[in-house]
Design a protein around this ligand. Structure first.
Ligand code: AMP
Ligand code: GLY
Length: 426
């Protein structure tokens, strides 16, 4: 079967890398792809927001299955249009993708179906939001309602910061995504990510992960899309995974089905492990980036078969195995990220760096120029390794990082610190 992969990041490189292991795979195409994806797939230049063009490509190239990586095309209804055109695809409908597309939608959904999450209030005017803030006080969390590329959340320590966040939303900092806000209670605990495939009725838990959102060592500096991740998340014991399935994932699957908008795709729950148990911080309707990279390193099974089973409502007959080892990924970013950064610098030494056992380098933002690999994004490489422990996976990943010759890039040197401290304390 020919497969089209939609997206251009490290997540899509890792998905493509795992898809290639499937005996079901014929040709693998990627739109638009990147410099690394081009080594494992045929990259096609295509505006993925033009759904008609995506359908046209599928017909021209006899694509039997489309795997959608990022959230924006899901929220925009790409899977609905592909399905209507008779092309099978992995990912939720636009109606189900609201679990990521609207924070207010998800909060109301959780309230209706008794899913544990932070107490909240939806506000559609700045006056209403500020009056509410003054009533409840800080610390408090202010979120733009819609998709804001991970930048729409402010965890405010003071009332002034919270009011500034509300003002930014309503003055258009996030365009339409900020025309409504959700104000919520600040949860305290350790964060973890939980992933499950869902076929409308059945949920198949995948694995857990933790990421590092801040740009600099010691979890300092500005928020980013994620500077590194590891899997599994040691905080997620078997008991907590079961509790997450019973109290969060399964009620969500049932609730979405009961509303007539069954969820099909991967459900990524961002959790806070509080003293009262796991609570939902947010849902994403796609794999995490860079969490996907560590999940794919540990997956010991046929990804393509599992994604097709998800789209065909037969997950109840699928099992996936996971390697016992820990996977850890270090993001190398262009200097300046998440602020302004230069594009076009050359990266050398990738072949040598990826030669180590159980090391894979996924490209997040590169392009090819003949034999040269050039940086073309903020997050550029995901240097990923397996190890018997977090410490061993970390040592292997940084040994590979140190073989990469890219003076214009930087990375955190402490990915996995929390889990390593836990290992040492054992
Ligand atoms: P989100 O974009 O919803 O993932 O939020 C980004 C980050 O903000 C999360 O990973 C948390 O670290 C933090 N956050 C969001 N909501 C809350 C909350 N209610 N309490 C504490 N931290 C939060
Ligand atoms: N790494 C966080 C995300 O993919 O949303």
């Amino acid at each position: 079967m020919n497969v089209l992969l939609i997206g251009s990041g490290g997540r899509e490189h890792a998905l493509g890398w795992a898809l290639r292991k499937s005996p079901l795979l014929g040709e693998l195409l990627a739109a638009p792809g990147n410099g690394g994806i081009g080594e494992i797939a045929e990259c096609v230049e295509l505006n993925i927001a033009d759904h008609g063009a995506v359908i046209g490509l599928c017909r021209d190239r006899d694509i039997g299955f489309v795997v959608v990586g990022p959230e924006a095309p899901l929220v925009a209804g790409l899977v609905d249009e592909l399905t209507a055109a008779g092309i099978a695809a992995f990912g939720p409908s636009a109606a189900a993708a609201q679990l990521e597309g609207s924070k207010g939608f998800t909060k109301d959904f959780c309230a209706e179906f008794g899913i544990p999450t932070a107490a909240y209030r939806r506000c559609t005017t700045a006056e209403e939001a500020i009056a509410h803030l003054r009533e409840v006080g800080a610390p408090i969390v202010v979120k733009a309602d819609g998709l804001a590329a991970g930048k729409g959340v402010v965890v405010a320590e003071t009332l002034e910061d919270a009011e500034a966040a509300v003002a930014a939303c309503f003055s258009g900092a996030f365009a339409a995504a900020g025309s409504a806000v959700v104000i919520e209670e600040c949860l305290v605990g350790e964060e973890a990510s939980f992933f499950a495939l869902v076929d409308g009725q059945t949920a198949l838990p995948l694995a857990t992960a933790q990421d590092h959102k801040r740009a600099h060592d010691g979890d300092t500096g500005p928020n980013t899309g994620g500077m590194g991740a590891y899997s599994p998340a040691p905080v997620m014991t078997d008991a907590l995974c079961r509790q997450t399935m019973d109290e969060i994932i399964l009620p969500t699957v049932r609730g979405m089905a009961a509303r007539g908008t069954p969820y099909r795709g991967v459900l990524y729950a961002g959790l806070m492990i509080t003293a009262e148990g796991p609570k939902l911080i947010e849902y994403n309707v796609r794999f995490g980036d860079p969490e996907c990279q560590v999940l794919m390193m540990r997956l010991d099974g046929d990804l393509l078969d599992a994604l097709i089973a998800t789209a065909e409502d037969r997950l109840d007959r699928v099992t996936l195995d996971w390697r016992e080892e820990v996977a850890l990924t270090v993001v190398m970013a262009a200097r300046g990220y998440p602020g302004a950064y230069e594009k076009g610098s050359e990266i050398r030494g990738l072949e040598k760096a990826s030669a180590g056992t159980d090391v894979e380098i996924f490209h997040a933002g590169t392009k090819r120029d003949g034999d040269r690999v050039l940086a073309s994004g903020g997050r550029v490489l995901n240097v990923t390794a397996l190890g018997a422990t977090v410490a061993e996976a970390q040592a292997r990943a940084y040994a590979a990082v140190d073989l990469i010759d890219w003076p214009e890039g930087f990375c955190r040197r402490d990915i996995g610190w929390r889990a390593i401290a836990r290992e040492r304390g054992r």
